[in-house]
Design a protein around this ligand. Structure first.
Ligand SMILES: Nc1ncnc2c1ncn2[C@@H]1O[C@H](COP(=O)(O)OP(=O)(O)OP(=O)(O)O)[C@@H](O)[C@H]1O
Length: 263
């Protein structure tokens, strides 16, 4: 028996967006997004930036399986996207306020069919990752905004998924908490090697978090810039990364593109 060729054995892309245009109103000529072509390799951390209303959330919703493209196709690891396939984090944490912090994580673990006997250890591990073990018994409404967002991130990580979709998850946070969560997310995505797509309005955040940055044009969003981020990740000190000349150069390049597509 001959060995499979590389071509046959090659894993499909994490995300494959081909010729996608999306209209929320099928009768309207106005598209919310597209046409867009985008292929994301497993392990990439893609950050999407662009003017308000250009279709960033629409792109995430198509990949999450909440919307079906009006034209073109979207595949996630070679399959049709379906809700529940990817971990999701939104700007508002959307927690269950009547449950404790630990209870929110437990629910996610149960929904993800993690065996009951493994849930406690997994919950404690996730809460440690986001620095919330000491507040496990509190109700979520007793937490600060930053803590609530960390619960939402732990909950997204509770669902074993190789794909994380994040829609402006840090937008409502104070600067210090935002920086701390950016550092946690950068480190955890480097450690786990999962694929992430992250939407933000902050160019700084895009350059710090991403391994690749996509700038969309104004509505309907098309890809105006698609650049790799040439910054160290594994074991890199966040302050040093932010101070590198390459960081400043890319921030200037992405900022200039954003201004030119908004003009
Ligand atoms: N559920 C919906 N029904 C109808 N139109 C929608 C819906 N969601 C978004 N739109 C429209 O689609 C376009 C793109 O919206 P989208 O939320 O994807 O943009 P965005 O880039 O994420 O914006 P922002 O940066 O302001 O969050 C906008 O014109 C918006 O009004």
């Amino acid at each position: 028996m001959s060995a499979p060729s590389l071509e046959e054995g090659a894993a499909p892309p994490a995300i494959e967006v081909r010729g996608v245009t999306h209209r929320y109103d099928p009768k309207s000529a106005a598209a919310a997004l597209g046409p867009v072509d985008l292929v994301v390799t497993p392990g990439e951390f893609v950050v999407v930036v662009g003017a308000s209303g250009c279709g960033k959330s629409t792109l995430l919703r198509l990949v999450a399986g909440f919307e079906t493209a009006s034209e073109g196709s979207v595949l996630v690891h070679g399959d049709e996207p379906r809700p529940g396939r990817a971990g999701l984090v939104f700007q508002q944490p959307r927690l269950f306020p009547w449950r404790t912090v630990g209870g929110n994580i437990d629910l996610a673990l149960a929904t993800a069919s993690v065996p009951a006997e493994q849930r406690t250890a997994r919950r404690e591990d996730l809460l440690s990752q986001v620095g919330l073990r000491e507040v496990s018994q509190r109700r979520t409404w007793q937490l600060s905004g930053g803590q609530q967002q960390r619960v939402a991130i732990a909950r997204a990580l509770a669902v074993p998924s190789d794909l994380l979709l994040l829609d402006e998850p840090f937008a409502a946070l104070d600067a210090l908490t935002r920086e701390r969560l950016q550092e946690d997310l950068r480190a955890s995505s480097t450690r786990t090697g999962g694929t992430s797509v992250f939407v933000t309005h902050s160019v700084d955040e895009a350059v710090f978090l991403g391994t690749r940055i996509i700038v969309l044009t104004s509505a309907p969003g098309r890809i105006a810039l698609d650049v790799p981020v040439p910054l160290p990740r594994e074991g890199a000190d966040p302050a040093e990364v932010r101070g590198l000349p390459e960081f400043a150069a890319l921030r200037a390049e992405v900022g200039a593109h954003l201004r030119s597509v908004a003009a």
